[in-house]
Each structure stands twice: as structure tokens, then as C-alpha cells.
Ligand binder design. Structure first.
Ligand code: NAD
Length: 257
């Protein structure tokens, strides 16, 4: 249990990639603080289930990552933060000249500014503990662009820049900061889009996945939440102690094109 005794805070971890990352960190022995902006029984039940399944301490803390003060309160409430995974994120698709201002502001706040606030709050704890890992879930869209996703792409490029800057500021501390850049990952949200895409394109599942959804992913396979979780655990390992200020693509070759 390589991460036994470490506490991990994973933002946006009641579904999709965040939940997958929280599960892999718990499987590696870390205590986990899960988070989202809701406060439902099922959110707390998810943390209880994680604790039971992996024999770690796990709890759920409601905090809205669009609000700077709540980002910082999340870290304070966690009490310890050896591993910080900035994962919370949203998307909106529209041409730049029609992009709703409120959506732009929300995407920049949740996908980029929250990582600044949580990192700022966590670094003093990591320095005091003498060990720390910041893992930012960016995107292939942190390295490349696509039309109609101006806010998301700006935020994800920003996350890559933030990761490099934090890495330089912590370079002489036993702390690393990196960004994982996933391609298309099969989350419940993505799975739910498949039937509509099949209808819209009059194609079967395999064809719509290969030719429409994974048009830019050369492997023609989705990445999985387990693979993103496994990459996070690797970045927390001793083997990765000198990996800092960089990006790791988990994108089936997307950014090699
Ligand atoms: P998802 O919608 O399943 O997960 C997003 C998480 O963020 C959820 O837990 C949600 O509750 C949380 N969240 C949203 N707004 C929040 C807020 N204001 N405060 C706190 N939490 C909030 O989607 P996902 O695909 O698992 O995405 C997770 C991250 O991975 C995002 O940053 C996304 O940009 C990134 N990503 C996803 C893919 C993909 O193909 N699914 C690819 C590359 C990067």
C-alpha cells in the first residue's frame, strides 16, 4: 500500500474521472476526501462505500469549485492534503462570438481558477508535511484546440501553464506538480451520448465510436477512468519523484498527430 498514511483531496469526484481517480488512490492505500457542489445522501454514501471497499478513511465534503472561498475552505476542511487532484470541470460548446458570458466565467472559474485556489491553500500543508503531489486533470485540449470550445481550451491550456509554474516554485521542495492530458475518456456522460450520436449519424455503436466520437483518437479506443486513476497513482509514486512541471498524455495518440 504505497500511499498509506497520505490524504488525497480529489475535486469533482462524485462521478466520472474524479471518482475513478479517488478509487485508484484508495486502492493504493490513501485516505480520500471526495468533493462536488451537491450535498446528497448518495454523495456521502459513495465515500462510505470507498472506505468499506478499500479499508481507508474517506469522506465527502461539499464545496463549489466556482467559488474561490469554497475552494480554499475545502482544503482547510480536509485538514491534511498530501495529494491534490484538481479534476472538477464543465464544458460548453458555442462559437466564440456567441459564447454566453456566464458560461465563459463559469468554465474559467471551475476548470482553471479552482486549481489555483486549492493549490495555494494546499502547498503550505505539503511543505509542512515534507511531501506533496499536485495532479491536475487537464485534457488533450490543454495542448491542442478544436473549434467552439474557446473557454474549455483556454482553461485547460491555463491549467498546463499553472502546473509548470507551480512545479518551478516547488522544485526544491519534495513536491511535484504535473498535468494529465486525457483524450476521450469513457465516462457515464460520454456513454450517454452514444445512442444520440448513433441516431444522428444513422450508424451502429462501433461505427459511431470509431468514426465520429474517436475521429481524432488514433487508437480508436476510449481511455478509461481506471487508466487516468492509474496514471495519477504513478505520479504519486517514488518512481515519479523527479517528474514535475510536465504533461502526461493518455490520449491514444491524439496529440501525436
Ligand atoms: P463528469 O461530469 O463526470 O465529472 C465532472 C465532475 O466535476 C463531477 O463530479 C461534477 O460534480 C464536478 N463539478 C462540476 N462543477 C463543479 C463545481 N462547481 N464544484 C465542484 N465540483 C464540480 O466529467 P468527467 O469527464 O469525469 O470530467 C472530469 C475532468 O476530466 C474534467 O476536468 C474534464 O474536463 C476532464 N476531461 C474529461 C475528458 C473526457 O473525455 N471525459 C477528457 C479530457 C479531460
Amino acid at each position: 500500500m504505497e500511499l498509506k498514511g497520505k490524504t488525497a483531496v480529489v475535486t469533482g469526484s462524485n462521478s466520472g474521472i474524479g471518482l475513478g481517480v479517488a478509487r485508484q488512490l484508495a486502492a493504493a492505500g490513501a485516505d480520500v476526501v471526495m468533493n462536488s457542489f451537491t450535498d446528497r445522501d448518495e454523495d456521502h454514501a459513495m465515500a462510505a462505500e470507498l472506505a468499506r471497499e478499500f479499508g481507508v478513511a474517506a469522506r465527502y465534503v461539499k464545496a463549489d469549485m466556482s467559488k474561490s472561498a469554497e475552494c480554499r475552505v475545502l482544503i482547510e476542511t480536509a485538514g491534511a492534503c498530501d495529494i491534490l487532484v484538481n479534476n472538477a470541470g464543465i464544458q460548453h460548446v458555442a462559437p466564440v462570438d456567441e459564447f454566453p458570458i456566464a458560461k465563459w466565467d463559469a468554465i474559467i472559474a471551475i476548470n482553471l481558477s479552482s486549481a489555483f485556489h486549492t493549490t495555494a491553500a494546499a502547498l503550505p500543508m505539503m511543505r509542512a508535511a515534507g511531501w506533496g503531489r499536485v495532479v491536475n486533470i487537464a485534457s488533450a485540449h490543454g495542448l491542442t484546440a478544436s473549434p467552439y470550445k474557446s473557454a474549455y481550451i483556454s482553461a485547460k491550456h491555463g491549467v498546463v501553464g499553472l502546473s509548470k509554474t507551480v512545479a518551478l516554485e516547488t522544485a526544491e521542495d519534495p513536491i511535484t506538480c504535473n498535468a494529465i492530458c486525457p483524450g476521450y475518456v469513457l465516462t457515464p456522460l460520454v456513454e450517454a451520448q452514444i445512442p444520440d450520436q448513433m441516431k444522428a449519424h444513422d450508424m451502429g455503436r462501433d461505427q459511431v465510436v470509431r468514426e465520429v466520437m474517436l475521429a481524432r483518437q488514433p487508437s480508436k479506443e476510449f481511455a478509461t477512468v481506471e487508466q487516468i486513476g492509474g496514471t495519477t497513482v504513478f505520479l504519486c509514486s517514488d518512481a515519479a519523484a523527479q517528474i514535475t512541471g510536465t504533461t502526461i498524455s493518455v490520449d491514444g495518440g491524439w496529440t501525436a498527430l
